[in-house]
Write a protein that binds this ligand. Sequence first.
Ligand code: ADP
Ligand code: MG
Length: 405
Amino acid sequence: MHPKELVTSTFRQRFGKEPAFVALAPGRVNILGEHVDFNDGFVLPAAIDRATYIAFAPANSERSTLVAADFGEQASFTLASIPTKTNADGAPLAEWAYYPAGVAWALTEADLEVRAIDAVFASNVPQGSGLSSSASIEMAFAVAWQTLSAVEGSAVEGSAVDGAGWVLPPMQRALLGQKAENKYVGVNCGIMDQFASACGVSDKLLLLDCRSLEWQTLPVPEDVAIVIADTSVRRKLTDGEYNKRRQACEDAVKILSQHLPNVRALRDVSVDDFNRLSNQLPGVVEKRARHVVEEIERSRRAIPLLEQGKIREFGQIMNECHTSLRDLYEVSIPELNVMVEIAQSLPGCHGARLTGAGFGGCTANLVEKSVAEAFAAELARQYEAKTGLKPEIYICKASDGARLV
Ligand code: ADP
Ligand code: MG
């Protein structure tokens, strides 16, 4: 069943009423600019046409009741129980409930009203494969609570309701979602995931400057499809590896800034300066930082190519990105490399690379639309023959961001 129908029918069954609203928030795929967000670089994601859907209405008490329809589980919290990560009855919150509860917490911290909600949510964004199922849940609930803030009349006695409510621009909702994930859930993510889910634009890539948070759209040529290939390898406990890489980038900044006083982040180091000073850096630090410096330079080169519709040349830069993630940043695994190598050998494929954090998850491919189905079938066939694993392949469309439907 499509998640939109699932949330609507589950809502009726569970709450014995019609949902007042349905909202969705998409997952995202990053096309270029990997592992550069915390180095103040540029990222180039798109929201995709797979999303978390939420059916909701104001609750009749102070208690919010949330149903995760994909899990058949329920959580129930109040504004008082949220800070202790517990349900209203004192039992610990399920981990999935941290994402919506975290959004409620971040909204409250920002002095925005959080109405008690009856909600059912479900998603066709695969979990933990680098397409940001977590951010899509956060952005769906942010839209839901914004919507409820403006609903006339309150179920909670005595609360003042003027029907005006609060409205946040999508980027502000994204920042609150990131705060929820950083401070409440406890995951040290950058802004890209929530940004793409909140700010997505149909048929466009999104170019975000992670330092200034300025962003613009770039066109995806009409005859090009975004194909996502899930290796079906789930990333394991890799926090330690990410932290080591972040640390290496910080170490590089510390050393390079002794020679280049204006360097605050690797964003501020040109490739020429890096080459000149790279012998000052310990071997592993040099490799990690080189990936970041060159990846930021690649994204600068890529922007005019997209503007001019030069998709072949752009795809070549995606291929270079994969090589760098594999050999310099070292976040690839054999299954990702196999998926990328097969893709790059198939007709109609402009570019292929691992996407997201690495160590499992998905590859992103730009493919001629007219051969996308054949590409997907052949990629799946060859990948399974080589690895014995059954991949999922999604032919996607760049889509609008979180909204009521
Ligand atoms: P991703 O790369 O997909 O964002 P994360 O580890 O950040 O991976 O988030 C995955 C977590 O989000 C899951 O473990 C679960 O707690 C929550 N989640 C994702 N999708 C759903 C869903 N459909 N229903 C309930 N919880 C979900
Ligand atoms: Mg996530």
